[in-house]
Design a protein around this ligand. Structure first.
Ligand code: HEC
Length: 124
C-alpha cells in the first residue's frame, strides 16, 4: 500500500516537472527574438530600436521606429548584413557577422526589427 503511494507520488512529480520543462521551452521560443535583441543588438540599436545609445550614435544607427527607415530595410539585405556583417562605404565595420545566431534566429530578429516601427502617425 505504502509502495503504491510512493510510486503515484513519483509519477505525479515527474508529470509536473515535464510540464514545467515544456512551458520553459515554449517561452524561450516566443521570447527568443526579444532576448536576442536585448543581448546582441540593443547596445547599438537601443532597446527601443531608436539607435540613441553611445555606440549607436557613434556608428550612425538609424531610427528603426521611423517608417521611412523601415521602408529601406529589405529582409534579404538585412539577413545578409547580420549573417556576413555590414561595412560602411568607406570600409568601417558597422556590424560584425552574428555567427552564433541560427538562420531562424536572424529571421526572428528581422521580424522583431519590423515590429519596432512606430504605429504613431509620422511627424516628419
Ligand atoms: C556594434 C553596433 C551594432 C550592433 C551590436 C548591431 N548593429 Fe545593426 N547596425 C549597426 C549599424 C551602425 C548599422 C547601419 C546603420 C543603420 O542601418 O541603422 C546597422 C544596421 C542594421 C540593420 C539594417 C541593415 C540594412 O539592410 O539596411 C538591421 C536590420 C540591423 N542592423 C539589425 C541588427 C540586429 C538584429 C542586431 C543584433 C543581432 C544588430 N543589428 C546589432 C550597428 C549595430
Amino acid at each position: 500500500m505504502k509502495k503504491a503511494i510512493v510510486i503515484a507520488a513519483i509519477f505525479g512529480l515527474a508529470a509536473t516537472i515535464s510540464a514545467r520543462a515544456d512551458d520553459a521551452t515554449n517561452n524561450a521560443t516566443a521570447d527568443s527574438a526579444t532576448n536576442n535583441w536585448t543581448a546582441d543588438c540593443a547596445k547599438c540599436h537601443g532597446a527601443d530600436g531608436k539607435g540613441q545609445t553611445k555606440m549607436g550614435q557613434r556608428l550612425g544607427c538609424r531610427d528603426f521606429t521611423d517608417a521611412k527607415v523601415q521602408a529601406d530595410i529589405k529582409d534579404d539585405a538585412a539577413f545578409k548584413a547580420l549573417r556576413e556583417g555590414l561595412k560602411s562605404d568607406d570600409g568601417k565595420t558597422l556590424m560584425k557577422p552574428f555567427d552564433a545566431l541560427s538562420d531562424d534566429q536572424i529571421k526572428g530578429l528581422i521580424a522583431y526589427v519590423h515590429s519596432l516601427k512606430s504605429t504613431a502617425p509620422a511627424t516628419k
